[in-house]
Design a protein around this ligand. Structure first.
Ligand code: ATP
Length: 337
C-alpha cells in the first residue's frame, strides 16, 4: 500500500479526568475525502487538533506522509485548517485574506497575487477579491476561508464543521461544491461533522466516533448498510433494533439485528402490528409500528400516491410488515459500552 497521507497510531488524549481520545489507530489515504462523524463530545475535534499540532497527545503518534510529526509545531506540518467560524480578518479585503499565509511565508507580491486569484477561482469567487468579508454572504465567506487554506497548497486540509453556520439549503449546495473542489485540487480532506447526511454525501470513507474511539471505519455504504455496532446503527440513519425475544420471533435467531426503515414494506402479509404514529415529511411518510412480537419499528414509505387525508386514518390500524432476509443485519456489541 502507498504511504498514507495521515497515520495515527495508539493515539490518546486526556484532559484531567476526561479521556477525549481513548486509543485510535487510523490510516487516511492520499487524496481521500475522509469524514470523522460522531455526536458532540466524542473526540472528533480533538483528533483534528492532534493532527494539526494544536494539541500534544498523551500517548501515541501522528505521521504525515510517513514522517513522524508528533512533536512538531503546527507551522512545521504540511496541513492547513478551516475553522467553523472562518476566522477571516475583517479589516483586510478578500484577496488580502487569501494571500495572508503566503505573505507570512515571504512569497513575493506578484506570485502572491497570482496564486491568490487562482485560489479564488477554485472556490468560484473570481472577481470578489476587492470586497471586505462583511460584504459577503455566509456561504461566500466560507469559500474565502477555504481559498485562504488552499492557497498554501497543503497536502492535507483539516475542516472542522465548516458548514455548521450555514442554513440547510446553502449547506447542501456547499456539500456538493466542496466535494467538487476536493476532486479538482486532489488534496486530502479530513472533515469533522456531527451531521450524518453530510458525512454520507461527501466522503470516500467515514469514521464513526463513539466516546473517544472509532466504532467503525468504512465507505458511506458500508457504514450505513453494514453498521458494526448498535451505536453505529443508531447514529447513522434511523435503525430498527431487534433484540431478545423479538429477535428470536422475527428472525428465528438469537442476537442483535438491525433493519433500515426504507427496507420494510407495509402490506397484507408478514409480522402483525399496530400503527402507533404517522409522520408526514413531504417526500416520505414515517410510520411507527408496534409489532405484536414486541419490537417498535419505523417504516419509511415514499409518497408516490398517498395523500395526507388517507395517512391520517392509518393511526391505530392493524398492519403487517415484511422485509427481505438479506436486509436483516446482525450487529455486534458496542465497544465503548
Ligand atoms: P463537538 O462536535 O461538540 O465539537 P467533538 O466530538 O469534537 O465534539 P471534542 O471537542 O474532541 O469532541 O471533545 C471531546 C471531549 O474532550 C469532551 O468531553 C470535551 O469536553 C473534552 N475536551 C476537549 N477539549 C478540552 C480541553 N481543552 N480541556 C478540557 N476538556 C476538553
Amino acid at each position: 500500500m502507498k504511504t498514507p497521507a495521515i497515520a495515527l497510531s495508539g493515539l490518546r488524549k486526556t484532559f484531567g479526568a476526561v479521556e477525549a481520545v481513548a486509543g485510535i489507530d487510523l490510516e487516511i489515504a492520499d487524496g481521500e475525502f475522509f469524514s470523522m462523524l460522531g455526536p458532540s463530545g466524542s473526540g472528533k475535534t480533538t483528533v483534528l487538533r492532534l493532527i494539526a499540532g494544536f494539541e500534544l497527545p498523551t500517548a501515541g503518534t501522528v505521521a504525515l506522509s510517513g514522517r513522524d510529526v508528533t512533536r512538531l509545531a503546527p507551522f512545521e506540518r504540511d496541513v492547513n485548517t478551516v475553522f467553523q467560524d472562518y476566522a477571516l480578518f475583517p479589516h483586510l479585503s478578500v484577496i488580502e485574506n487569501v494571500e495572508y499565509g503566503l505573505k507570512v511565508r515571504r512569497v513575493g507580491r506578484r506570485e502572491r497575487r497570482q496564486r491568490g486569484e487562482e485560489a479564488l477561482e477554485t472556490v468560484r469567487l473570481k472577481g470578489f477579491g476587492s470586497r471586505k468579508p462583511s460584504a459577503m454572504s455566509g456561504g461566500q465567506r466560507q469559500r474565502v476561508a477555504l481559498a485562504r487554506a488552499l492557497v498554501n497548497r497543503p497536502r492535507v486540509l483539516l475542516l472542522d464543521e465548516p458548514l455548521g453556520a450555514l442554513d440547510l439549503k446553502l449547506r447542501e449546495q456547499m456539500q456538493v461544491e466542496l466535494k467538487q473542489i476536493q476532486r479538482d485540487v486532489g488534496i486530502t480532506f479530513v472533515f469533522v461533522t456531527h451531521d450524518q447526511d453530510e458525512a454520507l454525501t461527501m466522503s470516500d470513507r467515514v469514521a464513526v466516533f463513539d466516546a473517544g474511539r472509532i466504532a467503525q471505519v468504512g465507505t458511506p455504504e458500508q457504514v450505513y448498510e453494514r453498521p458494526a455496532t448498535p451505536f453505529v446503527a443508531g447514529f447513522v440513519g434511523t435503525s430498527n433494533l431487534l433484540t431478545g425475544d423479538a429477535a428470536q420471533t422475527l428472525t428465528g435467531r438469537r442476537g442483535a439485528f438491525s433493519v433500515r426503515p426504507e427496507k420494510i414494506t407495509i402490506g397484507d402479509e408478514g409480522a402483525p402490528g399496530t400503527v402507533a404514529e404517522v409522520i408526514y415529511a413531504g417526500p416520505v411518510t414515517r410510520f411507527v409500528v408496534d409489532l405484536d412480537a414486541g419490537a417498535r419499528m419505523v417504516v419509511v414509505e415514499q409518497n408516490r400516491r398517498t395523500g395526507t387525508a388517507a395517512l391520517g386514518e392509518m393511526r391505530g390500524r392493524r398492519v403487517r410488515l415484511t422485509w427481505h432476509q438479506e436486509h436483516v443485519i446482525e450487529i455486534g456489541a458496542d465497544r465503548a459500552a
